[in-house]
Design a binder for this molecule. Structure first.
Ligand code: HPA
Length: 303
């Protein structure tokens, strides 16, 4: 089921909360206008979704406005440890690094809800749709994932080249919401090649190793069995997680350009499976999340 009215209501409440905290006139000339129809591409805010344990980046924004999901009508709050529940609005420092140098505005979703919490695909995708309603045209989506490619190390970062939706759901089921996009959206390139090239180039300049690979999204919450792990690898997946794929589908449906980055928090090798408890995933995400944050900060000035 589509929830266009709910998304509009939550987006309006978020816009009003940001403007109340900052005042519309506080937005510098040329900065985004929090309006899906008004923003030119270069002025539009960057939408960023921060997954499990990856909240670090949101603390780095300037002129921050934090709006808890609980303050937005109908917006789902995550029940999962490691998922802060708030939108953070603000700007990254400009390219020259001076405080008064106006950088790129961003709207960050700090934490998300999941299918395995009993949330619907519409609820899972509400954050991305709200960000689009506020004018975001580019989306950087992150998550914690298990590495399936034996060459990947825990603590590394993978730039998604493609995705496999193995959740059994689509956020586009039901009538098509024409305001958002077409009935049969193309999925030839769910992840944007130009944004990926920029991420790889930026990482290389920073001497940061950035893997490339296919992310498979599963329903969860149980972790994968050895047989499933072997099968996902044979299907061509390099990392597995319980989020992201539905949000990418919703974002592409609305015409957003998407960059996907996974923090590889553990290794999933079918012949030597070891448990990956949440505490361990959070501890690795906290470290890898800093590198991920550095990479995104270095990239945004060029978006
Ligand atoms: N499997 C599924 N989801 C995950 C994993 C994993 O190994 N690690 C982090 N999120």
């Amino acid at each position: 089921m589509q929830n266009f009215q709910d998304v509009q209501r939550a987006a309006t409440a978020l816009r009003e909360a940001i403007e109340a905290a900052q005042g519309p006139s506080a937005l510098p000339l040329g900065a985004c206008r929090l309006d899906a129809n008004a923003s030119a591409d270069a002025d539009a805010p960057i939408g960023i979704v921060l997954g499990t344990g990856l909240s670090y980046l949101a603390d780095k924004l300037q002129d921050r406005v934090v709006v808890p999901y609980a303050d937005l009508p109908g917006f789902p709050v995550s029940s999962v440890e490691g998922h802060a529940g708030a939108f953070v609005w603000g700007r990254f420092p400009g390219a020259c690094g001076e405080d008064d140098c106006i950088g790129r505005y961003a709207i960050i979703q700090q934490g998300r809800c999941h299918l395995y919490e009993g949330r619907s695909p519409a609820e899972v995708c509400m954050g991305v749709r709200v960000m689009a309603a506020l004018g975001a045209k580019k989306l950087i989506i992150t998550n914690a994932a298990g590495g399936l490619n034996p060459q990947f190390d825990a603590g590394g970062i993978m730039c998604m080249t493609d995705v496999i939706n193995h959740t059994g759901h689509s956020p586009l089921t039901g009538f098509n919401c024409e305001e958002w996009g077409p009935r049969f959206p193309d999925m030839c390139a769910p992840l944007d090649p130009e944004l990926r090239a920029l991420a790889l180039e930026t990482a290389s300049k920073m001497n940061l190793r950035l893997e490339r690979g296919v992310y498979i999204g599963v329903h969860g919450p149980e972790m994968e069995t050895p047989a499933e792990t072997r099968m996902y690898r044979q299907w061509g997946a390099d990392a597995v997680g319980m989020s992201t794929v539905l949000e990418i589908i919703a974002a592409r449906h609305m015409g957003m350009r998407v960059l996907g980055l996974s923090c590889l928090t553990n290794k999933n090798l079918p012949d030597c499976m070891t448990p990956a408890p949440l505490e361990e995933i959070l501890a690795v995400a906290a470290v890898a999340g800093k590198n991920l944050g550095r990479l995104i900060r270095a990239m945004v000035t060029k978006l």
